[in-house]
Ligand binder design. Structure first.
Ligand SMILES: Nc1ncnc2c1ncn2[C@@H]1O[C@H](COP(=O)(O)OP(=O)(O)OP(=O)(O)O)[C@@H](O)[C@H]1O
Ligand SMILES: [Mg+2]
Length: 221
């Protein structure tokens, strides 16, 4: 039961949007639990919008004892995802302690790059107690013709945390689907958004299975 947390102390970087989409993709052939660790309850609100089951379970657990409860909560699931809150450091610490992998969504702007230091500092506290923790940046809302993959990779290099080779573009499909309590995997199963989510899931699943890093950033057109 791998546990993957989407964390960033900065608000609005895509933690909830990506958690929901990644959970939906994994749920195509596994039992998936999405833990909403944010007091705002955005993932729970999303689930409440739905008419049909999401194909995965969503529960709220915005408490800094998640690491103690994760085994019990995740019992019977193949994957657990944690949608983290912005700002609350104790919740982020508990989510990291509960996780095998931390994905840090970051938008390709200098502000997001600077703000990433906050979550990286917290992740680094775990380098001794959790030496096997896998941490990756996940570039979100990449715009064509703005700060490109190579530039943001360079800007993030100072943090000494690898960047997932597959990036997510800015696509209205993500927001549109989420507003209706859906995912882009449902609204456009063969669209570009669905494709790039699949690529991200494939990549981090392979990394958790011991694959080597892919260096080049891939972006679906
Ligand atoms: N790849 C994307 N393309 C277009 N819009 C996106 C993308 N990712 C996120 N968004 C939009 O950005 C906004 C913030 O996303 P989201 O709520 O997922 O961020 P968050 O990190 O969970 O925020 P918070 O810190 O408040 O929990 C939402 O309106 C969402 O629809
Ligand atoms: Mg959120």
């Amino acid at each position: 039961m791998p546990v993957v947390a989407l964390l960033n102390q900065k608000g609005g970087v895509g933690k909830t949007t990506l958690s929901i989409h990644i959970a939906a993709e994994l749920a195509a052939n596994a039992r998936v639990l999405l833990i909403d660790a944010d007091q705002q309850g955005s993932a729970l609100d999303w689930a409440a919008q739905r008419e049909a089951s999401a194909g995965f379970s969503v529960i709220g657990f915005p408490k800094p004892v998640l690491h103690r409860e994760i085994a019990a909560l995740g019992n019977g699931y193949d994957w657990v995802l944690i949608d983290g809150p912005p700002r609350v450091n104790e919740l982020a610490r508990s989510a990291i302690a509960a996780s095998d992998m931390v994905l840090i969504p970051v938008q390709p702007s200098p502000f997001d790059v600077w703000a990433a230091k906050d979550i990286i500092d917290i992740v680094k506290e775990f380098s001794i107690p959790k030496p096997n923790l896998e941490t990756r940046f996940l570039i979100n809302r990449l715009f064509p013709n703005t700060m490109l993959g190579a530039e943001i990779q360079e800007a993030l290099a100072s943090f000494d945390v690898p960047v997932l080779a597959n990036a997510i573009r800015n696509r209205t499909e993500y927001a549109k689907a989420a507003r209706a309590g859906l995912t882009a995997l449902e609204t456009e199963p063969y669209g570009q958004a669905a494709r790039e989510i699949r690529a991200v899931v494939e990549e981090f699943t392979a990394l958790l299975n011991g694959a080597k890093e892919v260096k080049k950033i891939h972006v679906a057109s």
